[in-house]
Ligand binder design. Structure first.
Ligand code: SAM
Length: 293
């Protein structure tokens, strides 16, 4: 059970008439808005098990304001009432805060390094790898890995786990039937030819043989327990939305989930400071960290 905090409830609207708001002591309106958001975060955690407190606040609040406008809610308290009443708005909220942007071989130079250096090194140690794409969105990332591994001779059965907190995006990932030109623009031509079929109107479907190599699962990086003994973890463009405290905890747990000598592959704007404390060292290629052997 989630403990309730003792903070006072924010009223549905600021406790002063709109016309007098300008005459309030400096900072009152700001404090009221902070309280409104604090209460909203607590209620969302209790009701929907979504931990907004671990996401960067200014960014999240800015984004939520757009949703609130669409629901004609003036405050977070009003918006929470809308969410309680309207399943369609709940879905919109979930989809909006999870920001699902992705594509195949996103940051192609990094994927080339992965394919030419990291995977061969790992495969020289072990023939069947354990790999986790954490925050995998609609599957472009784990399927890119499957493309790379599929290209290796012999193709042993690797364990390729792909997880995301967003259940609906995982349905799309499992279907793997409706990728756009934008999704596949960085795919090496040989992967496109080998693993994809056009379905008309600029859409592409993935070969079921490659699809079956990835195990998808709903998983919240902020709340759920992690599997272990991974040779490689990709957690890209996910931590960027988390507070620095949530990032620190996440990187520690990802390090714990890696085998000695295993690799962590982050997004281009994600960095680990003081990696030595959590047994991760930077490699010469930015975005790749190696767990101490
Ligand atoms: C911007 S996408 C990144 C997709 C892919 N990793 C890439 O770089 O192309 C971020 C993904 O992280 C997921 N996400 C956000 N919060 C999460 C959490 N607490 N646990 C797991 N996944 C989360 C979102 O649902 C979204 O699909």
């Amino acid at each position: 059970m989630i403990a309730r905090t003792a903070e006072p409830a924010a009223p549905a609207q600021p406790p002063w008439p709109r016309s007098t708001a300008g005459a309030l002591p400096a900072g009152s309106a700001e404090r009221w808005r902070d309280l409104d958001y604090t209460n909203f975060k607590r209620r969302v955690l209790e009701r929907f098990a979504i931990d907004l407190a671990s996401y960067k606040s200014p960014q999240m609040r800015r984004r939520l304001r757009l949703l609130m406008e669409r629901s004609q809610a003036r405050t977070f308290t009003e918006y929470f009432r809308v969410l309680e009443r309207r399943p369609d708005k709940q879905q919109e909220f979930q989809a909006f805060f999870t920001i699902n942007v992705s594509e195949f071989f996103r940051n192609p130079r990094k994927f080339r390094y992965l394919g030419e250096h990291v995977l061969p090194e790992l495969l020289a140690r072990r023939s069947a790898l354990r790999i986790w794409s954490a925050g995998c969105s609609y599957g472009a990332e784990p399927y890119s890995l499957a493309c790379l591994l599929g290209a290796h001779p012999g193709e042993p059965r690797h364990y390729l786990l792909a997880t995301d907190v967003d259940e609906r995006i995982l349905e799309r990932a499992r279907a793997a039937a409706d990728y756009t030109e934008q999704d596949i623009r960085a795919l090496p031509p040989e992967s496109l030819e080998r693993w994809f079929k056009p379905t008309g109107s600029g859409r592409w479907a993935l070969d079921p043989a490659l699809r079956s190599r990835v195990t998808f699962r709903v998983h919240d990086l902020l709340r759920d327990s992690f599997e272990g003994d991974f040779d490689l973890i990709l957690c890209r463009n996910v931590a960027i939305y988390f507070t620095s405290d949530a990032q620190r905890k996440l990187f520690q747990r990802l390090s714990d989930a890696l085998r000695p000598g295993g690799y962590l592959f982050l997004g281009p704007s994600e960095f680990i400071r003081e990696g030595a404390d959590i047994r991760l060292s930077e490699t010469t290629t930015p975005s790749f960290y190696r767990k101490e052997p």
